[in-house]
Design a protein around this ligand. Structure first.
Ligand SMILES: C[S@@+](CC[C@H](N)C(=O)[O-])C[C@H]1O[C@@H](n2cnc3c(N)ncnc32)[C@H](O)[C@@H]1O
Length: 269
């Protein structure tokens, strides 16, 4: 996600995962429904084996780290947000550091994983190069990013409600999901340019459904959208939430959403 100010300049707001309430809501409402099911796909795509030394980059609350540990990996979860990492369970080591400066030795890791993290980074290519630095020769890097031109709800519903609010308020400031998405070619190019070998990528779909409309709306407060919404003056916050509820509520029930990701994989030379 990115914020667009009245100047039209896009400002990455991934740093807002550093807000404690965002981390709490992410762990409670987003990880179990959306990120944990996708984590199983990424860990399978990487081929994590028992005994592998695994690093989860931009690990957040540890969705991927948990699945990799269950697959028998010896896992370290890294992220810039200490609040996100506070939710990572005991038994998984945590490191607060940017993806571009992992506090790990050269060629010390078997598998690097990064789920829905690259798109929040100012310099994703440097992050991929850093991942390759810590991988041993023959080690595997596997990453995932939402697919371009596919709807991603509830986030798109939220973005549309914010857009309508901004127009009504005469404000130029909006949030869009577009900058957080990529294509198979985009991921392949990034991995090749970073220096990985045996690069491939796949586009996959996964249906998700929140148990209740309230929990689906609460999930939005586990993203940088939450603090942005809370910053709106007057009754605009309530108006946006009413708009989102109208879009998501199906006679008191939630809808199933199809989500689409691009998973990419490469090997350290
Ligand atoms: C959408 S969350 C994904 C978290 C986790 N990988 C998952 O699948 O649930 C994005 C994460 O990227 C982290 N992040 C953003 N920029 C980063 C950077 N430059 N280095 C490391 N982590 C970063 C954020 O703090 C946040 O935890």
């Amino acid at each position: 996600m990115s914020a667009r100010g009245s100047s039209g300049v896009k400002t990455p707001i991934g740093g807002q995962f550093q807000v404690a309430s965002v981390a709490d809501n992410y762990r409670t409402y987003l990880e179990p429904v959306l990120f944990s099911p996708w984590a199983h796909r990424l860990v399978a795509y990487a081929g994590v084996r028992p005994g592998d030394i695994v690093v989860d980059v931009a690990a957040g609350t540890g969705a991927v780290a948990r699945v990799a540990a269950r697959a028998g990996g010896e896992v370290t979860a890294t992220d810039v947000s200490a609040h996100m990492l506070e939710h990572v369970p005991a038994g998984i080591r945590t490191l607060v550091c940017p993806a571009t400066a992992l506090d790990l030795a050269d060629e010390s890791v078997d598998v690097v994983l990064c789920q829905q993290g690259l798109q929040f980074m100012l310099d994703p290519l440097s992050a991929l190069r850093e991942a390759l630095r810590v991988l041993r020769p023959g080690g595997v890097i596997a990453v995932s990013v939402w697919a371009t031109d596919e709807r991603l709800d509830p986030f798109d519903a939220f973005a549309e409600a914010l857009q309508r609010d901004a127009v009504a308020a005469g404000s130029g400031r909006t949030i869009s999901n577009a900058p957080v998405a990529t294509t198979v070619h985009g991921i392949v190019d990034q991995l090749i340019v970073a220096g990985a070998a045996e690069v491939r990528a796949t586009r996959q779909e996964l249906a998700v459904r929140w148990p209740t409309v309230d929990s689906e709306i609460a999930a939005l407060f586990g993203t940088p959208f939450g603090p942005f919404l809370d910053s709106l003056p007057g009754g605009r916050r309530e108006g946006v939430l009413a708009d989102v509820r109208q879009q998501l509520d199906r006679d008191g029930h939630t809808a199933t959403h199809l989500t689409t990701s691009v998973l990419g994989r490469g090997v350290k030379r």
